[in-house]
Design a protein around this ligand. Structure first.
Ligand SMILES: [Zn+2]
Length: 107
């Protein structure tokens, strides 16, 4: 084997950046599989008053930081909560479904 060039610093840096992006993407993909990460598997809560508490108690999938609740919306029977990580400032959404037994009607 001959002519094997040692990697240049720029190439190494590009590889490191690519690996970091891949790690971020993998964490996002895992987060989407977690309960609450997508509308088809929402976090089930007994009432809407629990949603913010649960959202804040969910750690950021990227850095483990605390999430701040920005907004709530009701979408196709589930609640969508827009959150932002207080530490790394990544915005994401969490899905919740209210499974209350207080017969307040379907949502
Ligand atoms: Zn974070």
């Amino acid at each position: 084997m001959s002519g094997k060039k040692p990697p240049r610093p720029r190439t190494e840096r590009r590889i490191a950046e690519r690996d970091a992006r891949r790690l971020v993407r993998d964490r996002e993909r895992l987060a989407a599989l977690e309960r609450g990460g997508a509308p088809d598997h929402p976090i089930e809560v007994p009432s809407s008053s629990v949603i913010e508490v649960r959202a804040r108690a969910t750690p950021c999938p990227q850095c483990g930081g605390e999430l701040a609740v920005d907004d709530h919306a009701s979408e196709a029977g589930v609640r969508v909560v827009a959150v932002t990580c207080r530490r790394c400032h990544v915005a994401r959404r969490l899905w919740f479904r209210i499974i209350g037994v207080d017969a307040s009607g379907p949502n």
